[in-house]
Design a protein around this ligand. Structure first.
Ligand SMILES: Nc1ncnc2c1ncn2[C@@H]1O[C@H](COP(=O)(O)OP(=O)(O)O)[C@@H](O)[C@H]1O
Ligand SMILES: [Mg+2]
Length: 358
């Protein structure tokens, strides 16, 4: 198919996925097509057919410039899903497009180009080449692309510096810490200048502090470059920290897709509610969730916060000044947050059931 745009693809989407299934096992393609089989739970499906449905009827768009997080417990289908995007795993049914181009009808050459130039993958264990220097490891993707030696070393040096590896260019992977090895993998993926970076739990094996460093690195790179990222993790706090939007998976399905604030503030079902129960709500929810209309001259006094400020920031402002805070956008007061509203968010009491303060 060479129609570059289908009407179902929103203009600003990089990946557009519809009704995607990946079933492992004998006669896998019969499962999505048969409503009765498709409705079976994991255990029953395995018993009846010997098949595992790793991805079940999943649809979503990855928007240009966003960090799209896929989160879920181990075995929920995250790796299968991300590998389907570039057909490292062949989907059983459904459609996938990148910039409106149908991925499932790409021939071998087009697929190679997709994987080498457009969507590069950062794995948890990305098998750095042990006998090559850091610089040559970073340059590896460029070498595969056929970029000349001089240019690829120059680009590799630039990306080594970008991820904080300057001075280590001539070391071998064995002479690096786990965190530094991750940086090499990150630089290698970045050096090919892909349209989208795919991360499959890249930081899971790292110590907590190094992990936090790497998360901050990803946030910084994203802020500086605005590159589209699909980031897989089983770690909720990592998902909340990195994701513009999060798709929460359970048993191959997306049970909720939304911003961190939507997932924490309005869980779609009991499973999600349970999942996010221990999240410090005040650090995720914004002042909008604590706001009430301004009364009298309230819209003129008290500390001013933007509508994107967190409840945590509002608590700080209210505690510091002893006054209610105003939520201000473009010079206009959208509302007021008082102590009762802020406590209501922390306690998880829905706005509708909060009592007004006398
Ligand atoms: N090649 C395969 N053959 C059969 N089952 C598989 C295969 N790969 C993954 N699965 C199964 O698919 C489900 C999802 O796996 P996976 O995508 O690796 O989950 P996650 O990355 O969320 O841990 C699991 O039940 C797993 O056992
Ligand atoms: Mg996985």
């Amino acid at each position: 198919m060479n129609a570059p745009h289908t009407p179902t693809t929103p203009a600003q989407s990089v990946f557009s996925v519809r009704d995607l299934w990946k079933v492992f096992g004998p006669k896998a393609d019969l499962v999505p097509a048969d409503p009765e089989l498709a409705a079976l739970g994991a255990a029953e499906l395995r018993e009846r057919t010997g098949c595992t449905a790793a991805v079940r009827d999943v649809s979503f768009d990855v928007k240009k410039g966003e960090v799209f997080v896929v989160m879920g417990l181990s075995g929920s289908g995250k790796s299968t899903l991300v590998r389907c995007l570039t057909r490292l795993i062949e989907p059983t049914s459904g459609t996938i497009s990148i910039d409106g181009e149908d991925v499932l009808s790409m021939d071998g050459g087009r697929l190679r180009e997709l994987r080498r130039h457009r969507a590069s993958m950062v794995f948890q264990h990305f098998g750095l080449l042990p006998h090559r220097t850091v610089l040559d490891n970073i340059a590896y993707g460029l070498e595969i692309q056929g970029v000349g030696r001089g240019e690829r070393r120059e680009r590799a040096a630039e990306f080594a510096a970008k991820v904080g590896l300057d001075g280590m260019e001539q070391r071998r992977p064995g002479q690096l810490s786990g965190g530094q090895q991750q940086r090499v993998g990150l630089a290698r993926a970045l050096a090919v200048d892909p349209e989208v970076l795919l991360f499959d739990e890249p930081f899971s094996a790292l110590d907590p502090l190094i992990r936090r460093d790497m998360q901050e690195e990803v946030v910084r790179l994203h802020r500086e470059e605005g590159r589209t990222m699909v980031f897989i993790t089983h770690d909720l706090s990592e998902a909340l920290k990195l994701g513009d939007r999060i798709a929460l998976m359970r048993d191959g399905r997306i049970v909720q897709l939304g911003t961190p604030e939507e997932i924490v503030g309005a869980p779609a079902d009991d499973y999600v509610r349970d999942f996010v129960r221990d999240v410090p709500r005040e650090q995720v929810l914004t002042v909008r969730s604590a706001m009430r209309p301004a009364l009298g001259d309230e819209h003129e006094s008290g500390p001013a916060l933007g509508p994107g400020a967190t409840v945590h920031e509002a608590i700080e402002a209210v505690a510091r000044t002893g006054e209610n805070a105003r939520v201000v956008e473009d010079g206009r007061c959208l509302g007021v947050v008082d102590q009762a509203g802020l406590l209501g968010v922390v306690a998880g009491v829905p706005v509708a059931t909060r009592k007004a303060v006398a």
